[in-house]
Design a protein around this ligand. Sequence first.
Ligand SMILES: *Cc1c(COP(=O)(O)O)cnc(C)c1O
Length: 480
Amino acid sequence: MRYQSTRGNSPQQSFLEILLGGLAPDGGLYLPTEYPQVTTAQLDSWRGLPYADLAYEVLSLYCTDIPENDLRALLRKTYTAEVYCNGRPQDNAQDITPLHWLGEEQGTRIGLLSLSNGPTLAFKDMAMQFLGNLFEYALKQTGQKLNILGATSGDTGSAAEYAIRGKEGIKVFMLSPRGKMSAFQAAQMYSLQDPNIFNLAVDGVFDDCQDIVKAVSNDHAFKLKSEIGTVNSINWGRVVAQVVYYFQGYLLATKTSTEKVSFTVPSGNFGNICAGHIARMMGLPIAHLVAATNENDVLDEFFRTGVYRARKSAETLHTSSPSMDISKASNFERFVYDLLSQDGKATAEMFKQVDAVGGFDISKEAIFKDIGKYGFQSGRSSHQNRIETIQDIDQRYGVMIDTHTADGVKVARDHLQAGIPMIVLETALPIKFEETIELALGRPAECPAAFKDIKSKPQRVENIAADVMQVKAFITAHLT
Ligand SMILES: *Cc1c(COP(=O)(O)O)cnc(C)c1O
């Protein structure tokens, strides 16, 4: 399988070649030259496979430059019940992403696909754990070292750190905005004592952290010399690893592979739902992919109106589902490329417009009228909606959900279709956002046993100014 840039002006590369890079040289994102097709018979033959082996069936179509036995071993090492064991007592850890039906509403079943049972209790573990093992494998082959530099507002940073802690030849330098994450999120990251993990608490906001990462990445000499890589949400390895659980959710929800199901996805950077789009393009019988946003409704606005309008930093709201507080959806270009019939030139034009004037408007164009064939729908949820949905799901079904999942359930309920099961992706466990849960339910969030004393553990974190030079100096001083 070869990969090409969405802007059509970069050489094609293999899976391992694009694994450690970010954007393509022309500024685009990588996508496979074609989507492998999965037949009904193939789907049926995958029923009942352990998650790791299902992952092998899907990912071996994409990671064609990894020997089959190595890929299977990597996946079996990654997707174990021991690693994904933090779910609810009723969850079946063997399924890795267990499906938990809530009940019947408006003539159809609605359920949660638990993606947040991994080490950091959010769905980003699903891909990041695989990437950690894959990086270690790839580096061993070449004898190279890798230093991951990242910025986080919470979930990405901890997922990356837990995936790479203790791994040979890899270090993580993670910038986080000092005092701006939830106490639980900060404790998860800062309590890691592994010598290959460096937490840098920046005196600033998340955008300052991201700007520093961009500045360092744009200094190509420094990047090369310091063997710096990134694991941000546009990384193809992350997107493709997420495709697997759409298959798992589908297979757990159906008895035969001609039935249709819909998915609702709490969305920010369009990484998670982009994986759903790819699963659907591969032939998985998905009726609808419903993008659920919070008040930062860039994506909902686009799917409703055909107008894509990136927000300014000052317009980006801090909400109680903070992992969806985005100003633009960095993976959205991957879908636009497909919408434009994989025309790299046209995609480049569109995103040049985004850079120049902040967006584009295709509301009057034929491609927008035709957008239904991709199955996308969308909706938006507010703080009040989240609180009410958390209360309602607790009262009606005795299930506690987090704020992001609540956005998903709220929007899913506005898009139920009789006879087509609706699966809402559960993207985090409630304990990560316990302040809002307490507010909604008047009692503390459930906490998996392994995390009971996390906030009282000693923390290992360096305070640093929002200054590129100081961050570079810190990295240089800690390279060997
Ligand atoms: C990252 C994240 C999201 C948004 O996912 P995208 O891939 O950016 O759309 C939603 N919920 C939680 C809990 C997250 O951590």
